[in-house]
Ligand binder design. Structure first.
Ligand code: GLU
Length: 476
């Protein structure tokens, strides 16, 4: 498929990297090569150029939507705004979405979109114009819809962009009763779901927490069981990195360094994440945070002493030239594709445990699935059963109090009586998905004697996709 691209840090195109990981896993699958090729390739690639008037000038905007797999519909995946957007990048990210959805057990094919702009240098008005035009381009070619392809936030986009997408879709498809389900990651006031915003970060936390519970794995890298006291570095303080940092901090980990585009900050005794965010809001930069050391070269923050390193921004940040200097014992891939295949091999030889992106950052799409279901069912989670459960709990408590002849304290009553709210159900669904996914990967790794979690995760995903193709009767 894509040709090898030569540059100083990476001898493969991004798509080649994923192909390499795919091929490592398919050694374990005795199935016809052509069928695997079908799974590997991108089904539809839509590249568009459209004009937008910016100030007095007309600018031609380059954008993409790639649907990697139609084995399950709709296709699902975010839309990113970045000057680094290329066809190769979006194709790769769409492929990762397919495997991610299979591992998280959400019934979607993978997709991804991208617009080549730098939102940080643009006015809100222009970003809105571009977003709305991009959406109408997707509608024209039938590349968006609740049963076709459902975008979501990604690098450089958020709730605001998703609400513009929804609004544009609704204005062109006013009679579609399910229009709300055409995009996820919307604001709660516009059909969004409580818990979606922090879902990827929380999923990352759940995944690493699960690994840290495993005595055998922790012994192999010389760490204690548990999250408390673990030294963590997080690269990228966007939506994913910020929430990841917060969940680790709240659980008692020590956030020794945080890295952003402009540089990194370090304190071996730990940084207070909410204070850093406040400082960032006030000064526009994380640098010069009180009692922390500034690190001008943001990349070198990845090489600092720590237990857990979490790249949470863009791809290929750990490559052949810096892999040898990484000191972390665990790397959690909150970003998509942060490690090149060459770096992967170096890190594996060093005995570092890598928790792969296609599993670890699946929390976002998992909760997107819950949002999509809520939109299609037209009812808020918990609406039907909350009051009923509260009444049942109250009766049960009365019986317990009578039988035991003991009054339960007001504080305890409050906890026991409360019926599940939407956020409780979303978080418990996410936790369950992340825990199940982790154990499926680890069990497969052990039972098939696979060298690392990434290959096991790919094998798990590919097997599931083959399964659905067989059920569809496409692969006889
Ligand atoms: N952009 C996120 C990802 O890469 C979320 C995708 C979604 O929710 O559809 O997983």
């Amino acid at each position: 498929m894509s040709k090898k691209i030569q540059n100083k840090t990476n001898i493969y195109s991004f798509f080649n990297c994923i192909e390499k990981n795919f091929d490592k896993a398919t050694r374990f699958i005795p199935i016809e090569k052509g069928l695997l090729e079908q799974i590997k390739e991108c089904n539809s690639v839509y590249r568009m150029n459209f004009p937008v008037k910016i100030g007095k000038q007309i600018k031609v905007i380059e954008a993409y939507r790639v649907q990697h797999s139609h084995h399950k519909l709709p296709c699902k995946g975010g839309i990113r705004y970045s000057m680094k957007v290329t066809q190769d990048e979006i194709m790769t990210l769409s492929a990762l979405m397919t495997y991610k959805c299979a591992i998280a057990d959400v019934p979607f094919g993978g997709a991804k979109g991208g617009i080549k702009i730098d939102p940080q240098t643009m006015s809100e008005e222009n970003i809105e114009k571009i977003t709305r035009r991009y959406t109408s381009e997707l509608i024209k070619k039938n590349f968006i819809g609740p049963g076709i392809d459902v975008p979501a936030p990604d690098y450089g986009t958020g709730e605001r962009e998703m609400s513009w997408i929804f609004d544009t879709f609704l204005s062109l498809r006013p009679s579609d009763v399910d229009a709300l389900a055409c995009v996820t990651g919307k604001p709660v006031s516009q059909g969004g779901l409580r818990g979606r915003k922090e879902a990827t970060g929380l999923g990352v936390f759940y995944g690493i927490r699960e690994l840290c519970k495993m005595k055998e794995e922790m012994d192999s890298i010389g760490l204690e069981v548990g999250i408390i006291g673990k030294k963590v570095i997080i690269q990228g303080l966007g939506n994913v990195g910020y929430h990841t940092a917060n969940f680790f901090y709240e659980a008692g980990a020590i956030i020794v360094a945080l890295a952003e585009r402009e540089g990194a900050i370090y304190n071996k005794n730990g940084l207070d994440v909410s204070q850093v965010i406040l400082h960032l809001k006030n000064t526009g930069s994380i640098l010069n945070f009180p009692k922390a050391k500034n690190i001008k070269n943001t990349e070198s923050a990845l090489e600092l002493e720590c237990d857990i390193l979490i790249p949470a921004a863009l791809e290929n940040v750990i490559h052949i030239n810096n892999a040898n200097r990484i000191k972390a014992k665990i790397i959690g891939e909150a970003a998509n594709g942060p490690i090149t295949p060459e770096a992967d091999e170096i890190l594996e030889k060093k005995g570092i445990i890598i928790v792969p992106d296609i599993y670890l950052n699946a929390g976002g799409v998992t909760v997107s699935y819950f949002e999509w279901l809520k939109n299609l069912s037209h009812v808020r989670y918990g609406r039907m059963e909350k009051r009923f459960n509260e009444n049942m709990n109250a009766r049960l408590l009365q019986v317990v109090e009578t039988i035991c002849n003991k009054k339960i304290s007001k504080k305890e009553k409050k906890i026991i009586l409360r019926g599940a709210r939407e956020i409780d159900l979303v978080r418990s669904g996410l936790e369950d998905t992340m825990i199940n996914g982790f154990h499926k990967i680890i069990n497969l790794k052990k039972s098939s004697n696979i060298e690392n979690m990434r290959t096991a995760a790919f094998l798990l995903a590919i097997n599931k996709i083959i399964d659905s193709y067989e059920k569809l009767g496409i692969f006889p």
